[in-house]
Design a protein around this ligand. Structure first.
Ligand code: SF4
Length: 387
């Protein structure tokens, strides 16, 4: 019976089939803590995995050495993650590609070509987000695991999704509590404790209550309720927003300066919007809100997070947010467009915007000085406004 189903699926499969499922060792690029839910998803389907080390100077050096100079920073780090994973025994690499006029659509092909040239033997499995996203996703997981057990899929996806949401919930709490905590480090310690617990959780029922338990625990942290805390939106390209190494741990730096960061891109929100069929997605999506608010400045999305950056800036100014920090990798095409529109938005909507361009040459000290000066300005404006 299983063989028949497998043969039927195989007939429609366009993916390479060079490695038998039982011999596959799967890896994917690092980005923030997506390793935790992906590990739950794949291991519950019976897959063997390799998690490359978190992004670091070493990874960046490997990526830069093996990439063309002008390519964007996320590609360089992704490539380094693949190289490190292949060196640790991985033979199957996972990556998604998404629509939009940016380089992401070419990442997989470029990385594949480079790695083959370097002599690595592997299969690349692509999650194509262009169409039939849920079917594509299920098919990719079936392809690498050959699992046909519906219960295992139910458990893997329930746990994986619950963990994506729990991590984002813990991150939001950390961003709120860090600038207000009385004992320095309380929020960060609790966040790290919860990351460990989320990773450990292997029960579907317990996973459903993770968010509530996280919120309850964070509420126990002693905070200064009277402290004036400016609120800043962190906007820009997806990868640099989500990966603390790439963004030079900007959320922590800002939190320690007494600023509440509201990052507008969360992995769980994006995932829910991308994978849920549109008839089940009832609320206004982040993209829809952005398109609405950006309408005076852009008529359509042009790829990456350009329209979100513009729309969120307008939204922020109309909703009492004190400032915007826009992060973009050097040479990122969609964010260059946003960068050119933002001065006008900032002027017309009366909201301060700080642009930070990140690449392998960017020094942390220089950026910190700019951030401190910007936060000074934001604080002074806030006091003036309140008076
Ligand atoms: S959004 Fe920018 S940085 Fe990200 S893949 Fe596209 S061009 Fe590169």
């Amino acid at each position: 019976m299983n063989n028949t189903i497998e043969e039927q699926i195989k007939r429609f499969s366009t993916m390479d089939d060079n490695i038998p499922a039982k011999d596959r060792i799967i890896a994917w690029p690092r980005m923030g803590r997506i390793d935790i839910p992906l590990k739950a998803l794949l291991t519950n389907l019976g897959a063997k995995i390799v998690i490359p080390p978190a992004n670091s100077n070493e990874a960046l050096e490997i990526g830069v050495k093996n990439s063309i100079e002008g390519i964007c920073l996320p590609y360089k780090l992704n490539l380094a993650n693949y190289i490190m994973a292949l060196n640790s025994g991985a033979n199957t690499l996972m990556m998604f590609q998404a629509p939009g006029s940016c380089r992401l659509g070419n990442y997989t092909k470029m990385a594949q070509k480079t790695l083959k040239k370097m002599g690595y033997e592997f299969d690349m499995v692509i999650f194509d987000m262009y169409r039939n996203k849920m079917i594509q996703t299920l098919h990719a997981f079936w392809h690498v695991t050959r699992c046909l057990n519906p219960w295992k899929y139910f458990k893997a996806f329930s746990l994986g999704f619950a963990k994506f949401f729990a991590i984002d919930c813990a991150e939001k709490m950390l961003l709120y509590y860090r600038p207000r905590e009385i004992n320095k480090g309380d929020a960060e310690n609790l966040y790290n404790k919860w990351l460990f617990k989320i990773d450990e959780c292997n029960s579907i029922i317990k996973s459903k209550f993770l968010c509530n338990r996280i919120k309850k625990d964070f509420k126990k942290i002693k905070i200064n309720k009277n402290k004036e805390v400016p609120v800043v939106y962190l906007l820009g390209e997806f990868f640099v927003l989500l990966d603390p190494y790439t963004n030079q741990n900007i959320e922590k730096e800002l939190g320690e300066m007494g600023v509440e960061v509201r990052r507008q891109i969360m992995f769980s929100g994006w995932l829910e919007h991308v994978l849920k069929p549109s008839f089940l997605y009832k609320k206004e999506s982040h993209r829809e809100r952005a398109v609405k608010y950006a309408s005076n400045y852009m008529k359509r999305a042009i790829g990456g997070e350009c329209i979100e950056t513009v729309g969120d800036t307008v939204y922020a100014s109309r909703n009492g947010i004190d400032g915007i920090i826009h992060l973009m990798p050097f040479s990122c095409m969609p964010e260059i467009v946003a960068q050119n529109i933002l001065p006008k938005v900032s002027r017309e909507e009366n909201i301060p915007v700080l642009e930070l361009v990140l690449d392998e040459q960017t020094g942390k000290a220089g950026n910190l000085t700019r951030i401190e000066a910007f936060i000074d300005l934001v604080k002074r404006r806030k006091i003036k406004k309140e008076r």
